[in-house]
Design a protein around this ligand. Structure first.
Ligand code: FES
Length: 164
């Protein structure tokens, strides 16, 4: 298993097309390939970029979008950037966390959903905004957020319909 992971990481690292390869670009490539950064590839990224393991950890810990833990089946992001904050993002975040049973960002105990906070989902005109598996839902309310969480928890991915 670890060998398979290392081979997949190696492919992700070597498949980068841009001229400048950095620790950041490598981590983005790995996260694209896995959905997270497997801890056992940290030394691989360090070696590939001529950096130290500490350098790589430094980049991972600086950017909140990197995670070293596998995500849940669905990713629910709550934007709490300025526009969303002004229009009630904190109440939405509270509603989502309560419904899932989390105190903060993280993954539900059943592995069904990962909650992340985002500083801007790029749809400020529709604030407050959440995204479910990268699909944006604007003008959110705390009650609508609960419905979305319920859908994620109870319906298989193909049937996930958060419009209703
Ligand atoms: S601040 Fe929430 S989408 Fe931009």
């Amino acid at each position: 298993m670890p060998q398979r992971v290392r081979e997949k990481v190696d492919l992700a690292l070597r498949s980068q097309r841009q001229h400048t390869i950095t620790v950041l670009s490598c981590l983005l490539a790995v996260q694209d390939a896995f959905g997270y950064i497997p801890k056992l590839c940290i030394d691989q990224v360090a070696k590939f970029t001529g950096s130290t393991v500490n350098d790589v950890w430094g980049v991972i810990s600086f950017y909140t979008n990197f995670s070293v833990n596998p995500p849940g089946e669905h990713i629910l992001e709550v934007c709490w950037g300025t526009s969303c904050h002004i229009l009630g993002a904190m109440d939405i975040a509270k509603s989502v966390l309560e419904e899932i049973g989390l105190d903060n960002e993280g993954t539900s105990s059943d592995g069904r959903v990962t909650v992340r906070f985002n500083t801007c989902l790029g749809a400020c005109a529709n604030a407050p905004v959440v995204s479910v598996d990268h699909k944006l839902e604007g003008r959110m309310t705390p009650d609508q957020a609960k419905v979305i969480v319920g859908a994620i928890k109870n319906i298989v991915a193909e049937d996930l319909d958060i419009e209703s």
